[in-house]
Design a protein around this ligand. Structure first.
Ligand code: ADP
Ligand code: NA
Length: 329
């Protein structure tokens, strides 16, 4: 077998948004049917504790994210689907890589700089080391491709640097991963402020749609989405709110923005928004039903994550054993 390994994950630090679904999970589902790839899809719960978490909520959300992966169509038979903390190799490799990383390069990460700018002495060291754990996640599986958003490109670069440094110091051990940018993956923007991406870490609850939002909440949020005074459904940067909703509709329907512009040539924003809301509601409804079903009787979920951890450990431990031997353990 000569399949390309893909690794990706989402951290359960908040409820997942439509952005996580359209920008990540929906693409993962497409990749699983492509024979050239073998995919590892992880719930990266260890990344979530870089900031304070209520244990009960973290546990609930971790299972919910796993359930969302499955409900969205990620097949645990075709992929390795697992929870990061169930595979100790992630922490073990992370320590070895920490000892092969520099304060300087970690300090230069813009995400760390942003998040730590007001923390002073009490900034968590986990926030600083986060990209090393991410490097371990990726390198453990001899990953070739990492689907990443723009915000993660710098971290992927660092993973490549750390991997190369280790290979040079101890002989070839890790495959060096590339970023994978899917043509069909759109960046979904905040409904209230379409200049920034829709994010679960956002404070304004009207700016994002959660995958688990009930239909009436979705309709309300879309109806309140910021638009403009042009009054015509155009696809351009001067109308970022409308552009974003065209992207949402286009990604779900699998059509080009131009087709949507033509369809709504004679219609106003109210009609357009109504249809956008219904398309989101209809896309998410079967997923929500399946998630609730999986979370009601956790037996199936349990079996899936146990199996996944076993499959992932098998691959991860092969890499880890090599690493251990090379560093002299
Ligand atoms: P968040 O910003 O919500 O915390 P993460 O950093 O956990 O999201 O991202 C998890 C995955 O979801 C990544 O692959 C990321 O690119 C994708 N993603 C998150 N938000 C969006 C968005 N608004 N549009 C497109 N993709 C997104
Ligand atoms: Na595949």
């Amino acid at each position: 077998e000569n399949k390309k390994i893909i690794f990706s994950g989402i951290k359960p630090s908040g409820d997942l948004t439509l952005g996580n679904y359209l920008g990540a999970i929906k693409n993962w589902v497409k990749l699983q049917d492509d024979d050239q790839y073998e995919c590892f899809y992880c719930v990266v719960d260890m990344h979530a504790i870089t900031v304070n978490q209520t244990p009960k909520d973290l546990r609930r959300r971790t299972l919910e994210v796993l359930a969302i992966y499955l409900a969205a169509g990620i097949d645990p038979e075709k992929n390795t689907v697992f929870i990061q903390s169930h595979v100790p190799a992630h922490s073990e490799l992370s320590w070895v890589l920490t000892c092969n990383s520099y304060m300087g390069e970690l300090g230069r990460m813009t995400q760390f700089k942003d998040k730590s700018s007001k923390g002073g002495e009490s900034i968590g060291a986990g926030l600083f080391n986060y990209p090393v754990l991410m490097a371990a996640d990726i390198l453990l599986y001899q990953t070739e491709l990492v689907p990443v958003g723009k915000d993660q490109i710098q971290h992927l670069e660092l993973a490549r640097d750390i991997g190369n440094r280790f290979n040079n110091a101890y002989s070839d051990t890790f495959k060096i991963p590339d970023g994978y940018v899917s043509k069909s993956s759109a960046k979904i923007m905040d409904l209230q402020n379409p200049e920034k991406k829709m994010s679960k870490s956002d404070e304004n609850g009207n700016g994002y749609i959660l995958i688990m939002d009930p239909p009436e909440v979705i309709r309300k949020k879309v109806s309140r989405a910021v638009t403009d005074t042009v009054g015509k459904v155009n696809y351009c940067d001067e109308q970022p709110g409308i552009k974003n909703m065209i992207n949402i509709m286009g990604t779900i329907r699998g059509v080009e923005p131009q087709q949507i512009v033509e369809e709504y040539a004679d219609k106003g924003y109210a009609d357009f928004k109504k249809d956008v809301a219904e398309i989101i509601v209809n896309e998410l409804k079967p997923i929500q039903e399946k998630v609730n079903e999986l979370l009601t009787n956790k037996k199936e979920l349990e079996e899936i994550y146990k199996n996944g951890a076993q499959k992932a450990s098998y691959v991860a431990n092969k890499t880890l054993r090599k690493v251990m031997k090379k560093v002299g353990f």
